[in-house]
Design a protein around this ligand. Sequence first.
Ligand SMILES: [Zn+2]
Length: 248
Amino acid sequence: MRSRILGYHEIVEGPSDSFYSLSAEQFSHQLAVFNALATAGGPAVDITFDDGHASNARVAAPLLHAHARTARFFVTAGWIGQREGFMSWAELGELARQGHQVGCHGLTHRFLTQLDTADLRAELRDARRLLEDRLGQAVTGISLPGGRCNRRVLDMCAETGYQRVYGSVPWKEGGDRAGIAFEGRLVMNRKMSQAWLQRYVRGDLAPYLAIRTLHTTRETLKSLLGDRLYHRAWSLLTGRSGMQANAR
Ligand SMILES: [Zn+2]
């Protein structure tokens, strides 16, 4: 089943030069189209953000407010108030007060599939504790850094108190299991045309099948190159720095 949950990263003022960043103008236009579709009886979409970029609070939140929408913000807990270009705790708290949901995107953004059991447990548990302590509210949703997912990761998400896991492909990966629900997402990039996106949201098969084909190709490359080398190549192609810490 194709998901209408959308996964954004940065929203930038002016033109975007990174594959996963959208301009404020592009994002605002998409929100207007989603609202028009819903008003006309069409499908609703859910909006999520990954990583915790400062632009989420400074650029995206005012646009969401202008279009009477709320979103889910999955943040890399260890980067909040610590890392240049990412939100402060005050900004994240303000998003929560505005009615947005806050979720976890790991503590350090390391790919969860690459951690041993002790590190995996600490990464998930400490991130949730830090967010809950600083925000004073329960955090039960997590999006997986780099979309990297397997059974071991999902089981540990359940063990460390998460109830809902968000991936980076628009179908269920790993499926529901005891104590945890998996949500697929369409990861947004600046190359998606408005017409393509509308076809996708309306449920046309062609854009969905194109995503599945691209995913199969990428998974094949990943298995040929190994995940680390694959990720370096993909980061270079998409204008990211090549550091795992900056991965989607
Ligand atoms: Zn990420």
